[in-house]
Design a protein around this ligand. Structure first.
Ligand code: DAT
Ligand code: MG
Length: 142
């Protein structure tokens, strides 16, 4: 999910391009201004953390772009494209390493495991994902 800072800074196209270029396949895309309800459900695991209220305020402050990407080991592949949480520590070449200077304003969220991905996809894409075959599949995978 591209966070409000990523959208405000005009990085939506750049970010989608990075995932597309890697070979992940886009199966869901939705821009919305998150309600408190969806933001709190999304970040429920961080409810007790000191940064939680600021995180909810930030994520509901403007439009986000929720994306669903699929591919072999898509979660770890995506997290490598994104980089570690703190933008100042993230390596150049990662999204956060290239565009973020902060731990909170770090441009993008990525699901951290299969169970959270399942939960988050249901939350942000209640109408499901698109099913389509990519013609280039046999060029991307052996
Ligand atoms: P990630 O987004 O890399 O999975 P996380 O799940 O630990 O990181 O935290 C979720 C978000 O909360 C993170 O993207 C930014 C914010 N956050 C995490 N740690 C923070 C901190 N120490 N201060 C402020 N915001 C923080
Ligand atoms: Mg996380």
């Amino acid at each position: 999910m591209i966070k409000p800072d990523g959208v405000q800074r005009g990085l939506v196209g750049e970010i989608i391009t990075r995932f597309e270029n890697k070979g992940l396949r886009l199966v869901g895309l939705r821009q919305l201004i998150p309600s408190n309800e969806i933001a709190e459900a999304h970040y429920a695991v961080h409810k007790e953390r000191p940064f939680y209220s600021g995180l909810i305020e930030f994520i509901t402050s403007g439009p986000v772009v929720a994306m669903a990407w699929t591919g072999v080991e898509a979660i770890s592949v995506a997290r490598n494209i994104i980089g570690p949480t703190n933008g100042r520590e993230a390596s150049p070449g990662t999204i956060r390493g290239d565009f973020a200077m902060d731990i909170g304003h770090n441009i993008i969220h990525g699901s951290d495991g299969e169970e959270t991905a399942e939960f988050e996809l249901g939350l942000w894409f209640p109408n499901g994902l698109s099913e389509w075959q990519r013609d280039a599949e046999s060029q991307i995978y052996e």
